[in-house]
Design a protein around this ligand. Structure first.
Ligand SMILES: C[S@@+](CC[C@H](N)C(=O)[O-])C[C@H]1O[C@@H](n2cnc3c(N)ncnc32)[C@H](O)[C@@H]1O
Length: 235
């Protein structure tokens, strides 16, 4: 374990990081820059990993954050990181699957970041050590489950933020999101991201997954780019 300094969305934080847990990446950064946290609000951080989004939510003004991860190790890191950033009194950490242990609870803001990348890409990527559950074959299962259940945990007027990556079957995720949230769904941030070295070194596998319809990316001359988009849904 080591400690690293980050600045996400203008907010400084220090995090204990390790090779057995997810290290905050560009999705963390775009989420941190995009989410609006009303002062004093109740926030749910789903798929909290080592805790960056929960800490940022408090620093942006949340009154209370519940942070959930299915990996016990990640939860232990999140606890230590909440303490390191002096927000432990406003962060409750739960080791569970999605909404497990939250029956009857309601939130102003849900920030979902459960694994949303296809299994094949996750294992090639530098972000997912073997121990971290991925999004399954086409990267959709945890996100679709979350989309279908999140409404019940939002207060009236509450908002759900979630990333959609073209490194999963994003069309399928968006179909479900539209079914559940209708016209109260909007894209609030997006960027094209160049392939990292690991993707470039595994082009045959990336092409195979693209041809199978599991992932999507664009190619411009010798450059390949995937799409990261943050959506906000309201009820
Ligand atoms: C992409 S990482 C994001 C971590 C963190 N939000 C960040 O930005 O560093 C996804 C996290 O979701 C967790 N996860 C995957 N499936 C989950 C589920 N069904 N319920 C709760 N957490 C889950 C993984 O263990 C992992 O820590």
């Amino acid at each position: 374990m080591s400690t690293q300094a980050y600045n996400f969305g203008g907010i400084d934080l220090e995090l204990h990081v390790g090779s057995d847990v997810f290290e905050p990446n560009l999705t963390t950064r775009l989420l941190a820059e995009t989410v609006d946290i009303p002062s004093g609000s109740r926030v749910l951080d789903l798929g909290c990993g080592i805790g960056p989004i929960a800490i940022i939510a408090v620093k942006k003004g949340a009154g209370e954050v519940v942070a959930v991860d299915v990996m016990e190790t990640a939860c232990r890191y999140a606890e230590r990181n909440a303490a390191l950033n002096e927000v432990a009194d406003r962060v409750r950490i739960i080791n569970g699957n999605l909404f497990e242990g939250l029956d009857g609870e309601k939130f102003d803001i849900i920030i979902d970041d459960v694994s949303g990348m296809a299994e094949g890409v996750s294992r090639i990527s530098p972000w997912y050590p073997e121990s971290i559950p991925t999004g399954g074959h086409d990267g959709t299962a945890p996100t679709i489950d979350m989309l279908q259940r999140a409404r019940a945990y939002l207060k009236e007027g509450g908002q759900l933020y979630f990333p959609v990556l073209s490194l999963a079957n994003h069309q399928r995720i968006l179909e479900v999101a539209r079914e559940v949230y209708g016209d109260k769904l909007e894209s609030v941030a997006s960027k094209w991201v160049p392939f990292c070295d690991e993707f470039k070194e595994n082009m045959a596998e990336m092409e195979r997954m693209k041809n199978e319809g599991v992932i999507d990316y664009i190619s411009k001359r010798s450059r390949h780019l995937w799409r990261l988009e943050i959506y906000r849904a309201a009820i």
